[in-house]
Ligand binder design. Structure first.
Ligand SMILES: [Zn+2]
Length: 333
């Protein structure tokens, strides 16, 4: 149901677009150059996760703002320490003397993430984006968002400044097995939604589940069965898991945090700006090498690695970074 793609080619500004086939509910990791995303695609975005505010990760904010202005929409944006102040400076760089008459309710709901706390503030267009009082100030436990469809977790990495890595996890799919339903002589219908709810909540086998159907006379027949007897009707398949690791130095703490965050992911987008032969430069600039990125992907036992954020230095040998990362991922170096 969800799919993920790099916004730009790997030498371009970093960023990933996560789209959903059936619902207008896309996500963005990082806000660099966004011109390759069509307005149609961008307008589906509801949640944005900014790793840090180096320009190549944040310059796209203005394009997004321009596009959403005048629309009824709440945009949820997340970023690291200092994020709220930087967002406010971006918003205050424009003149908003005419917006109080807008009939729509465009609002940016921004959350700043630090090792201890998550602080949320809302910026309403009609209020000239002036920051209201802090809306939420809660402890940070690693989870940024949890909806009925997905969860986003984060790890705070060291890039000489705090830099957030992200993990998108789609919720489990519950597939109803019609043949099993028929064999058990049970009806289809709304009660199956309730059954899925019991499974989502992790209720125990003894939990009574109400099964109802309409009879031909328009009445309702109902019965109860324990949850344990009904589990066979539902086949649970795991949802998609996507990791996004942008800028980080290679050190023990970062490595452990990355592996913990993206363990077992289906796809890992991970930065590979430098070759191993330039490991010294990479360390000085607080970036990974392709070999380190591949090694981390291997340690995390992800299924697939997508290297990105290539340094322009390697433009004459465009394949080299990806090849080194993949060799390390396969355990060949
Ligand atoms: Zn960067």
């Amino acid at each position: 149901m969800y799919s993920a793609e790099l916004i730009n080619e790997p030498f371009g500004d970093p960023g990933v677009y996560v789209g959903c086939k059936y619902r207008r509910e896309s996500l963005l990791f990082d806000l660099g150059d966004l011109h390759r995303l069509t307005p149609r695609k961008l307008l589906k975005v509801g949640h944005i996760f900014v790793s840090h505010t180096h320009m190549d990760h944040f310059v796209g904010f203005d394009r997004l703002l321009r596009l959403f202005l005048g629309r009824d929409k709440h945009l949820y944006v997340f970023g690291p320490a200092g994020f709220l102040s930087q967002l406010e400076h971006k918003l205050m760089a424009y003149t908003w003397n005419l917006v109080e008459n807008y009939t729509n309710d465009f609002t940016i709901v921004a959350t700043e993430v630090t090792p201890e706390r998550m602080v949320t503030k809302s910026y309403e267009c009609r209020n000239a984006f002036h920051s209201e009082a802090i809306e939420k100030n809660g402890p940070f436990n690693g989870t940024l968002v949890e909806t009925d469809f997905f969860r986003i977790t984060t790890a705070i990495l060291d890039h000489k400044i705090p830099c957030l890595a992200f993990c998108f996890e789609e919720r489990h799919h519950f597939n109803i097995l019609k043949t099993v339903l028929d064999e058990m002589n049970l009806p289809t219908g709304a009660w199956l939604m309730k059954l899925k709810e019991h499974l989502t909540n992790g209720d125990d086998d003894a939990t009574p589940v109400r099964i109802w159907r309409r009879d031909p006379e328009g009445g309702r027949q109902e019965s109860y069965r324990p949850l344990g007897e009904l589990r066979g009707i539902v086949k649970i398949t795991p949802g998609l898991k996507i990791g996004y690791v942008a800028d980080a130095v290679y050190n023990e703490a970062n490595a452990a945090a990355i592996v913990r965050l993206v363990a077992g992911a289906d796809i890992l987008f991970i930065e590979t700006p430098f070759l191993d032969e330039d490991a010294e430069t990479a360390a000085k600039k607080y970036h990974l090498t392709a070999r380190q990125a591949g090694f981390l992907a291997r340690e995390s036992q992800v299924k697939r690695i997508i290297p990105f954020h290539f340094s322009p230095k390697y433009k004459p040998t465009p394949q080299a970074l990806a090849e080194e990362a993949i060799r390390a991922f396969n355990g060949d170096i």
